[in-house]
Design a binder for this molecule. Structure first.
Ligand SMILES: Cc1cc2nc3c(=O)[nH]c(=O)nc-3n(C[C@H](O)[C@H](O)[C@H](O)COP(=O)(O)O)c2cc1C
Length: 231
């Protein structure tokens, strides 16, 4: 039995490709093991507040004397952190908005990246080390090397840095581009490629969902499932 924390953040509730791909992963994960649990948090439909007080960036024991973030804010943060720590696998839908993360997803990240709690500090270990995180990034344009957009996806690197390097998770990425090819005349010639990438991403998401759903819980085994190759 394993638990998946499934986050979506697309503001498109009908045609979103990141939502379709995360749904394919989650459904395969669910089917792969009896008793597997999927906790779904829709950060767009049910948005979190901005982090209301800077002291919440630190575990309680690391805050400046006199810090008073407020009980309700602390309770919300504790709920979000518990949800993350309780998951064997994290799945995140990441539409690219203005070359960056949707603000709804950034608000979640600001709540859960807490040195001393989810990231190592001078006084604590890293509880998420080796835990898998799968990012599903969906981008309207073409971000290939050599294109004008090369290096302009500033969403994926931030998540790789915070979830991977800071929090120690084993991050894999399923990336698609050209989702706007059928709507933007300048991209029309690449529409077929966009569709192929989408189909391939759905296939990969089902495969990975099945694979992670079949692995026994990292908390039961004391170690995370085998890390994935970079996709
Ligand atoms: C507010 C907003 C900003 C966007 N900014 C970008 C951008 O900077 N670069 C890009 O390639 N596409 C951009 N797009 C297009 C989305 O990345 C694209 O539609 C993607 O498929 C969204 O993911 P989704 O299909 O899961 O909703 C933007 C879309 C919206 C709604």
């Amino acid at each position: 039995m394993s638990t998946l924390l499934h986050l979506d953040s697309s503001a498109d509730r009908t045609m979103s490709r990141s939502r379709s791909i995360t749904a394919a992963f989650a459904s395969a994960f669910s089917a792969a093991g009896p008793g597997n649990v999927v906790v779904h948090r829709d950060l767009h439909a049910d948005p979190l507040p901005h982090l209301p007080d800077a002291s919440l960036h630190w575990a309680a024991g690391l805050r400046r004397p006199g810090a008073e973030p407020g009980q309700a804010a602390e309770a919300l943060q504790q709920r979000l952190v518990a949800e993350l720590l309780g998951a064997d696998v994290l799945l995140v839908g990441v539409p690219l908005y203005n070359y960056s993360l949707p603000s709804s997803l950034k608000a979640w990240l600001d709540h859960v990246h807490v040195p001393g709690l989810t990231a190592p500090s001078a006084v604590s270990a890293a509880p998420l080390t080796g835990r898998p995180a799968v990012l599903v990034t969906s981008r309207g344009g073409n971000y290939d090397a050599g294109t004008v957009n090369e290096g302009r996806d500033h969403a994926t690197p931030v998540l790789e840095l915070v979830l991977g390097e800071e929090m120690g998770m084993a991050v894999s990425v399923i990336a698609i581009g050209l989702t706007l090819a059928s709507a933007v005349p300048g991209l029309a010639a690449q529409a077929a490629r966009g569709e192929r990438e989408y189909a391939e991403s759905l296939r990969l998401a089902r495969e990975l969902g099945e694979r992670f759903g079949s692995a026994s819980s990292s908390r039961q085994r004391g170690a995370g499932p085998e890390p994935l190759p970079r996709t």
